[in-house]
Design a protein around this ligand. Structure first.
Ligand code: GCV
Length: 701
């Protein structure tokens, strides 16, 4: 295995590895993983590890005695499970039980994924509610570096905000003739399969699982939602899934499978996949039982149905609740979950028909079904109503199904954000999205809805499409590793500052070097907004090359069956999605956003063309006209890429040479591509509008 260490290089473990650690945990499962991590760290950096899984209460009593007679004999770090640790009195040696200490913090009980971190009297303590919490606590200590071993840390309780923190792989068993092996993958082949067979490099998969476990990801769907020939993973190739589940389990990650809704026909030989047919229900129940026999902690199924050609319940005149529930009932006896995607729209639409608006589709299909999904169904909703655009409105479905468990779907793979050739740090985009409050300031935000704090109190989670592949840097662009890292951290706690996450990633990956950290901020912070500047303006979306989705094509989707248009003519541009005169999409939001988006006066500039068709001379809230904004942002976007590339050059010699070489080559491509975007978009709107750039810069009339 020749993969880059990403954010877990040995050096990241140096501060922990120099300590004397006492670990009170079993030697199996996820706890074993923790033990292995600490063992590796102490053997590399001169510390010691004492483990005790027999009688933790005795160990703690012994420690308490040592604290009185020989404090120097105390370990520097004590980590263990709450159940083991509390028996011996104070949960943290060096600290007498008090109303504000860890004992008080844990009194409320810890869930299996929770942990408490504290430091007192020279001892750093991690107490977890279960092995998963212990793993997350270990990595919190690693992230803090030397800071975890100085001074005092008042007991902090850490719990994941989301119970489902998932990555979806769009990996195919074989190389697809158009999509490649990983659909919308920009980092080489699948790490799970090579030429249709399981990847023999199990170490590589284990290294990936380790990276995910360290950032708190706890679920992975291993194959593409466009299931194709991988449908057999549910039956004759189940062994592949068993092997992957064994690897992921050790890192606290449950394995899910994307399944084809037509499996009862294609795999089961039935003449129908009608979800209300008893034979179909029985087939799914048998298939699920067979999976659980071999993978008792299997997560469940992920389903793309009636979407972009995938089979689904519409074929049988059934709705999506019928479809999801037949799978849910097969999984329910085993504790499994169905993740049912809401990405359902007509992809064979007629561009001449202006009444159909793709943005409306998920809401129109799904909200009438609110309350009809079984308890073990989570409806997974893309963050926007279209398709992971660099800027689009937030999906109104997320505010409209209080009786349904909802998961927000993000895209770590950079399909529409530079395809891992462009630097585009997405932590800032996700932070903004997850913080969006559909009911205004007083209501909860998207992260809160997913976490079960919405009006119906139903818990879903957050999922995202993974960006890794067989590339030596995992993600093609080495800096795209930060997106994977930020996903895990924000899904654990969406209130974290995305730039602090960026710094954290930089420190773990490149070491505690202030100049490198500052340099990486210059290259990466705000790069999502830079990308927005030189691509499609003001929320208009989809000016990309059809098919590949890379590079500019102003009218690429203008006359297409996929239903993504901008309606630009010589007078103006934008999609009228108002209730008053347009498609009515703005009416799918609750107040205050319904009115905010409906009105030209209040619609935020960055989404103006998503909601309104306006003349090029329309003056934005920023004070400039639409067409001048297009010119300005496209020139600025390229200048910003130039500045970011220059900032990277200043890091020469401070980052490893292989990373430097790859990033430089990609920055050159980003610059080329950004210039192409600038010139095509500016020229296109100069030619259409006939309005020159106020500042007379070079455009190509
Ligand atoms: C897996 C977009 C992508 C498709 C992808 C689809 C989806 O349309 O271009 O490649 O298919 O989203 O999310 O299902």
């Amino acid at each position: 295995m020749t993969a880059h260490a990403a954010w877990l290089p040995p050096a990241a473990f140096a501060p922990l590895g120099a300590q004397r650690t006492l670990l009170l945990a079993d030697d199996d499962g996820v706890a074993r993983t923790v033990r292995d991590e600490v063992t590796r760290a102490v053997s590399a950096f001169g510390g010691t590890l004492r483990t005790d899984d027999d009688a933790p209460s005795l160990v703690l009593a012994e420690l308490a005695a040592a604290e009185r007679s020989a404090p120097e004999a105390l370990p520097d770090v004590v980590a263990g499970l709450l159940e083991d640790a509390v028996g011996g009195g104070s949960a943290v040696p060096g600290e007498a039980a008090s109303s504000s200490g860890p004992d008080a913090v844990v009194d409320a009980g810890l869930e299996p994924e929770d942990f408490v971190l504290a430091r007192s009297g020279g001892v750093t303590a991690v107490l977890a509610g279960g092995p998963h919490g212990l793993l997350y606590g270990l990595h919190e200590v690693v992230r803090r570096g030397a800071g975890a071993f100085v001074g005092e840390i008042a007991a902090e309780r850490h719990s994941p905000a989301q119970s489902l923190r998932m990555l979806d792989h769009w990996d195919n068993l074989h190389v697809h003739p158009v999509m490649g092996q990983v659909e919308r993958g920009y980092a080489g082949g699948s790490i799970f399969w090579v030429d249709g067979e399981p990847n023999p490099d199990r170490e590589r998969i284990a290294a990936y699982a380790r990276l995910l476990g360290s950032i708190g990801v706890n679920a992975v769907a291993v194959n593409n939602v466009n299931v194709g020939s991988a449908a057999v993973l549910l039956t004759e190739r189940l062994g592949d899934v068993v092997d992957l589940a064994d690897i992921f389990r050790a890192h606290g990650i449950a394995t899910y499978l994307s399944v084809s809704f037509a499996s009862p026909v294609h795999l089961g030989g039935l003449d129908t996949a009608d979800p209300l047919d008893e034979r179909v229900a029985a087939w799914w129940a048998d298939a699920a039982s067979a999976v659980y026999e071999r993978i008792p902690d299997f997560g469940g199924f992920l389903v793309k149905a009636d979407s972009e050609g995938q089979p689904g319940p519409f074929t049988y005149g059934r709705d999506h609740a019928d479809g999801a529930n037949v799978l849910a009932r097969a999984l329910a006896p085993h504790g499994g979950t169905v993740l049912w995607r809401a990405f359902v729209y007509n992809h064979t639409q007629d561009w001449r028909d202006r009444s159909t608006d793709r943005a409306r589709a998920a809401f129109d299909h799904f909200t009438p079904l609110d309350g009809k999904f079984d308890d073990n169904v989570v409806v997974q909703v893309k963050h926007g109503p279209l398709d992971f655009q660099v800027r689009e409105a937030v999906s109104p479905v997320l505010a409209a199904m209080p009786r349904t468990r909802l998961a927000v779907e993000l895209q770590v793979t950079q399909e529409y954000t530079g395809q891992q050739k462009h630097v585009c740090y997405l932590g800032e985009q996700w932070s903004e999205l997850l913080g969006f409050r559909p009911w205004g300031e007083a209501g909860t935000d998207l992260a809160g809805i997913a976490a079960g704090h919405g009006p119906g109190g139903r818990r879903g989670g957050i999922a995202a499409v993974s960006n890794v592949g067989t590339d030596e840097f995992w993600t093609g662009h080495p800096l795209a590793q930060a997106n994977l890292y930020a996903f895990g951290r924000l899904v654990w706690d969406a209130s974290l500052d995305p730039l602090a996450i960026l710094d954290e990633w930089a420190t773990l990956t490149f070491g505690a070097d202030d100049d490198v950290r500052a340099g990486l901020r210059e290259v990466m912070a705000g790069s999502w907004l830079t990308y927005e500047k030189y691509t499609a303006p003001l929320g208009v979306c989809f000016m990309v090359t059809p098919g590949t989705h890379y590079g500019p094509s102003v009218d690429g989707y203008e006359y297409s069956p996929w239903g993504t248009y901008h309606f630009a003519d010589r007078e103006g541009i934008g999609v009228d999605r108002t209730v008053a005169t347009g498609t009515g999409f703005a009416g799918q939001y609750p107040e205050p956003w319904r009115s905010t988006y409906e009105s030209l006066e209040t619609c935020p500039d960055e989404l103006l063309l998503f909601f309104h068709h306006v003349p090029y001379t329309h003056v934005l809230r920023s004070g400039v006209t639409v067409v001048q904004h297009i010119y300005d942002t496209h020139f600025e976007g390229v200048e910003e890429v130039e500045a970011r590339a220059a900032a990277w050059e200043r890091l020469e010699g401070r980052v490893p040479a292989d990373v430097d070489a790859r990033v430089r080559a990609l920055l050159a491509e980003q610059l080329r591509s950004a210039r192409e975007w600038r010139d095509q978009v500016n020229t296109s709107f100069l030619r259409r509008s006939g309005i020159p750039d106020e500042r007379g810069r070079t455009i190509f009339p």
